[in-house]
Design a protein around this ligand. Structure first.
Ligand code: TRP
Length: 332
């Protein structure tokens, strides 16, 4: 495919506008990997269906996420960026893989049990098969590396086992065992300072927000709870605002905040104002590109359609080998 060091595949559910947690935890890494790897990035709309009751926002959410990806520097010239359902071969591979999947393996997965807890009224067959579909995503492109958060480790281990089972059962080596590429970034907490940043908890800061909205959000951030009054000294080590300073502020500013907070030299309001300013500065080029892209939605969709076509060529190559390895009657 290219001179790069291997194939990277990753997928994300279309959650619409992305937030700082997505950006620091995944998107920045996706962008960085493009230099050394042939990257394939997928908006997994079929996966989204497993927990969705209404699909009204599915198209809009896929589009908004694509805008954020492209504006952040995920480059369709370098990488294949596409929507999962545009390559229907993934559902075919999912079916073949399901034949070598013991049911108990699926029901045992912690991610499945968690979903059952969250959506007890919507435990469908697709939800059970979620990890097989995810494995099909990765294996369809014979990816070597999968950059995902640690929460996805059981799914990746599952995919690796599927490769071994499939290759053993059909006495082949067409499927390739993928490796997890753990992301080094720390867990990004939301504005509540307690839980991981997420849209559903409404503790997030959107990348596409205006500078004013961003500042408003930052001003609501929970700080060191022991610091009640302006005159109380604070402890940056337990303050989520400081964690963000470490990412977005200059070394001198970080040093200043760290020092002055401890002696009540700087108050939380000023500390947050500085942070908001720095986040806004950091996101300025991103926001300009995003607004620009949003002027021509058809061009954004063209990028995704083109990515889908390229992905489909790769997928078909694998599927010819897979069908043959299984021993399905040939079509010609
Ligand atoms: N399950 C992943 C998540 O919830 C999304 C996903 C689907 C994925 N297919 C994938 C991630 C393939 C990596 C590779 O985050």
């Amino acid at each position: 495919m290219s001179k790069k060091k291997g194939i990277v595949f990753s997928g994300a559910r279309p959650t619409g506008r992305q937030h700082l947690g997505n950006y620091l935890g995944a998107i920045q890494n996706y962008v960085a990997l493009q230099k050394d790897y042939q990257c394939i990035y997928c908006i997994v709309d079929i996966h989204a269906l497993t927990t969705m009751e209404s699909t009204l926002e599915l198209r809009q959410n896929s589009y908004e996420m694509a805008l954020d990806w492209l504006a952040a520097g995920m480059d369709p010239q370098e990488s294949v960026i596409f929507i999962q359902s545009h390559v229907p071969e993934v559902t075919e591979l999912h079916t073949y893989l399901s034949m070598v999947t013991p049911l108990g393996k699926l029901t045992d997965l912690p991610t499945f049990k968690e979903k059952v807890r969250q959506h007890p009224d919507n435990v469908n067959y697709g939800l059970l098969g979620y990890p097989i579909l995810m494995a099909a995503d990765i294996l369809l492109y014979r990816a070597n590396y999968v950059p995902v958060g640690i929460d996805q480790a059981p799914h990746l281990e599952f995919a690796r086992e599927l490769v071994r089972s499939f290759n053993f059962r059909y006495n082949t080596n067409v499927l390739v065992e993928p490796h997890m590429k753990a992301t080094k970034v720390p867990k990004v907490l939301g504005t509540d300072g307690q839980q991981k940043m997420s849209k559903s908890l409404n503790n997030h800061i959107e990348l596409a927000a205006t500078p004013e909205e961003t500042t408003k959000r930052v001003m609501t951030m929970v700080t060191d709870p022991a610091r009640q009054r302006r005159s109380d000294p604070g402890n940056p080590d337990v303050c989520n605002v400081f964690s963000f300073h470490k990412i977005f502020s200059s070394p001198e500013e970080i040093e200043m905040v760290n020092r002055e907070c401890r002696v009540a030299g700087i108050g939380c309001v000023d500390c947050k104002k500085l942070l908001a300013q720095n986040i806004n500065k950091h996101l300025e080029p991103f926001r300009a590109r995003r607004i620009d892209l949003d002027q021509k939605p058809e061009a954004v969709m063209d990028v995704l359609h083109d990515g889908g076509k390229r992905a489909r060529v790769l997928a078909e190559e694998t599927m010819v080998l897979v069908r043959d390895a299984i021993g399905l009657p040939s079509t010609k």
